[in-house]
Ligand binder design. Structure first.
Ligand code: SF4
Length: 432
């Protein structure tokens, strides 16, 4: 009998890739994918543990599944499942805890369970990349995992503990995955991992890998998801001249203060980051450079914070994601004494958020009168199409009858007057 299965993913695009692949595997068998807030026989929760808030959100979702159907089989996987494995195994609301190393075995765990076998998820082989190409996914774009884990051990970060050491997926395996999803009809692929720039497999580094991906035949474009500033050289930026590589990168700065970057054990200086950003923008005018900033890291003085503001203004980001530092159990920063008061963290994050909104609006205004190649993801209740242009800026196309998962050249004629200023356009050509 067909079983209903529901998925919930928290956290990053890497988690989204893994859920897409696992869900796609179930949809090929006698399982029906249903929404998470509806009754299901199986709930799979792919958790995140990057901040305290991620942990509490993951716990809430586990309770939600139980509330909807307490008879259902509940599988908890992902980074929080890896971080608190023993603790979660004691939790009666959870049937199976599957850590990141064994996440590819979720389908086998469920199938073995229904065959009445005694299952221990760790009995299955550890496999970080054993995911089949996903044809049925929860997104218009196809996420492609190229790498896992990290060796950097930034003092605030829990990821190396839950995702392990940096491991690169075999290049041919990546090319094959991409060829398959192009055949499935996907128009945009997003390269994802933990520390992409550190990709290293045989004679492939990140630059060579991306260069070869761009040569794969087909009507698609390539987007690079969040990346650290280290691991690739400036020559990498020449690849953005290729029409398939989208002119947007989210490169994590975290702080503009040299002292704080040292305390964070980041692999670059604020000076180098500024120079890299200037080179990138000079060689690719209009490039969308976005970033992450942590405010309130232990020991952050008023002067340190000012340096972060100054560097952000100097670079002129398309947007800044702001995070208030939160102590992560098991990280080196947890033992640092000069913790910044919560009130001060809130004040500083408000200032950065304000700057980020001003920068975002300023950057988006530069698109008026220009065209964007938009990949339509949704048709809204007015019949208008929404999606993102190549610069990863949201666009609403005020024209009816357009198709999802199709490219359109759109002449931008304004922005919406909303908190999230969206580009608007009406004059459209089918993009070739
Ligand atoms: S490089 Fe990124 S993933 Fe790696 S330890 Fe630092 S913050 Fe974490």
């Amino acid at each position: 009998m067909t079983k209903k299965i529901a998925f919930k993913t928290l956290g990053c695009r890497l988690n989204l890739f893994e859920t897409d692949a696992i869900a796609s595997a179930f949809s090929k068998e006698d399982y029906e994918l249903v929404d998470f807030d509806s009754p299901a026989d199986v709930y799979v929760i792919n958790t995140c543990t990057v901040t305290n808030q991620s942990d509490s959100r993951s716990r809430r979702v586990i309770k939600q599944a139980r509330r909807i159907n307490k008879e259902a089989l509940t599988i908890v996987t992902g980074c929080m499942a890896t971080n608190y494995k023993e603790q979660l195994q004691q939790n009666e609301q959870i049937d199976y805890v599957v850590d990141n190393d064994h996440k590819t075995s979720v389908f086998s765990v469920v199938e073995s369970h229904y065959k009445g076998e005694l299952v221990k998820p760790d009995q299955f082989d550890k496999d970080l990349f054993g995911y089949a190409a996903a044809d049925e996914t929860f997104h218009t774009r196809s996420l492609i995992k190229i790498q896992d884990g990290c060796d950097n051990f930034c003092t605030f970060c829990i990821i190396p503990k839950v995702r392990g050491r940096a491991t690169s997926r075999p290049a041919e395996n990546i090319f094959e995955n991409i060829r398959k999803v192009i055949d499935f009809g996907f128009k945009e692929i997003v390269l994802t991992g933990v520390n992409l720039g550190r990709y290293n497999y045989k004679d492939y580094n990140f630059e060579k890998l991306v260069e070869e991906i761009l040569e794969i035949p087909g009507d698609f474009r390539v987007r690079i998801s969040s990346i650290e500033p280290d691991g690739y050289s400036d020559s990498f930026f020449r690849l953005f001249a290729h029409p398939k590589l989208t002119p947007h990168m989210h490169i994590c700065l975290q702080s503009g203060s040299e002292d704080i970057l040292l305390k964070m054990r980041r692999m670059y200086t604020a000076k180098l980051f500024g120079e890299m950003a200037a080179k990138l923008k000079a060689s690719h005018p209009g490039f969308n450079l976005t970033t992450d900033v942590i405010v309130g890291f232990p020991g952050e003085t008023e002067e340190d914070f000012k340096q972060t503001l100054q560097l952000a203004k100097q670079i002129g980001f398309g947007h800044i994601h702001t995070f208030k530092y939160s102590v992560r159990k098991g990280t080196r920063a947890e033992r640092m004494t000069e913790q910044v008061p919560e009130k001060l963290k809130t004040q500083r994050s408000e200032i950065i958020r304000q700057l980020a909104e001003e920068m975002k609006l300023g950057y988006r205004k530069t698109f008026v009168g220009k065209t964007q190649k938009v990949l339509v993801e949704k048709i809204n209740e007015d019949g208008f199409a929404t999606g993102f242009g190549e610069h990863y800026v949201p666009v609403i196309i005020r024209k009816q009858g357009l198709e999802k998962n199709s490219f359109y050249e759109v002449l931008i004629n304004g922005l919406t007057q909303s908190d999230e200023p969206i580009l608007t356009g009406a004059h459209v050509n089918q993009a070739i």
